[in-house]
Design a protein around this ligand. Structure first.
Ligand code: NDP
Length: 290
């Protein structure tokens, strides 16, 4: 089968890389972006820069969207003639909330288009590598029909029909990513305040961020509702997170992150969980802070 034509809308670092990988693999690629100058390199490599959104949509059944958020999609496609969307498969690799993804799927369906929601779990450097993963949700038959083209970008893992699911799984990934990475930036600031470089603490950081053993340990216990304090006790964590906070304050750092962490542990202890495992935070975090 000849490679299918593809349209890529959104030429940030991710969309540009995706369009380039499609070109490398012999696809006819049409691109469209709010700032057309970002297409220059791709046009040199053989991409067609559409004159407007309608032309971009007309060029390919498969339309990849790689935008900052779903509002950007409405800004670009909200006013196009609905006929231009009819029959299109919008592969929305834009990250946003699960609700926004579901709303957009309904918006597309009203115009005779189908959305496949995607959560890209790799930076642009991993695009084109089958070992990278993108999580998809939406109609399985539509995914199957376009799977070969989607696999040009990365491994393609269809997780279910709900258009919000891929967005949810992406957000689950990102809450862990950003929170853990904030801890890393905080550690580097603290190290720097004490004359230590990123290179100095590299092995310590790699070990500290390797949290897989905790995931394995807590998975069955949390699913069983077992927050017993046999291995770790929240009272210990309250003291430990206060030490982290005071070490940061003593070094004159911004304490936003350690303050927030200390606060949620303290709140759990005040709610009567001092003798439970720190995993009881899963329950405490299910309710908004007073
Ligand atoms: P960018 O935020 O750099 O992408 C911006 C794209 O969105 C550009 O094409 C930009 O147009 C367009 N855009 C933003 N706002 C508007 C608007 N109001 N109207 C029209 N167009 C708009 O993101 P990336 O390219 O880095 O990523 C794209 C998506 O992929 C994001 O949702 C991101 O979360 C996700 N992702 C990114 C990863 C990464 O490492 N970069 C990793 C995994 C997922 P213009 O060029 O005119 O500014």
């Amino acid at each position: 089968n000849a490679p299918a034509p593809v349209t890529v809308i959104g030429l940030g670092p991710m969309g540009r890389t995706m369009a380039g990988v499609f070109l490398d693999r012999g696809h006819a690629v049409t691109v469209w972006n709010r700032t057309p100058s970002r297409a220059a390199d791709l046009v040199e490599r053989g991409a067609h820069l559409a004159a407007n959104a309608e032309e971009a949509l007309a060029a390919s059944e498969l339309v990849v969207l790689s935008l900052t958020d779903y509002d950007a999609m409405y800004a670009l496609l909200g006013d196009v003639d609905p006929a231009a969307l009819k029959g299109r498969v919008l592969v929305n690799l834009t990250s946003d909330t699960p609700d926004k993804a579901r709303e957009a799927a309904t918006w597309a369906a009203k115009r005779g288009a189908t959305q496949l929601t995607g959560g890209v779990l790799t930076p642009p450097s991993g695009i084109g590598d089958p070992a990278s993963t993108t999580l998809y949700s939406g109609p399985r038959d539509v995914f199957d029909a376009h799977r070969a083209t989607l696999e040009v970008l990365s491994g393609a893992d269809h997780r279910g029909e709900d258009p919000g699911l891929a967005a949810l799984l992406y957000q689950l990934n990102m809450v862990m990513f950003w929170t853990a990475l904030s801890g890393y930036w905080q550690a580097l600031a603290l190290a720097g305040a004490h004359g230590l470089t990123a290179a100095d603490i590299r092995p310590l950081a790699v070990d500290a961020l390797n949290l897989g053993q905790f995931v394995e340990f807590y998975t069955p216990r949390v699913d069983a509702g077992d927050h017993g304090g046999d291995v770790d006790r929240l009272s210990m964590a309250v003291a430990s997170t206060e030490h982290v906070l005071h070490t940061a304050a003593d070094a004159g750092l911004d304490t936003t992150v350690p303050e927030a962490v200390a606060r949620i542990f303290r709140r759990a202890a005040e709610a009567g969980h001092a003798a439970d495992s720190t995993s009881v935070l899963v329950e405490v975090l299910k309710r908004p802070a007073a």
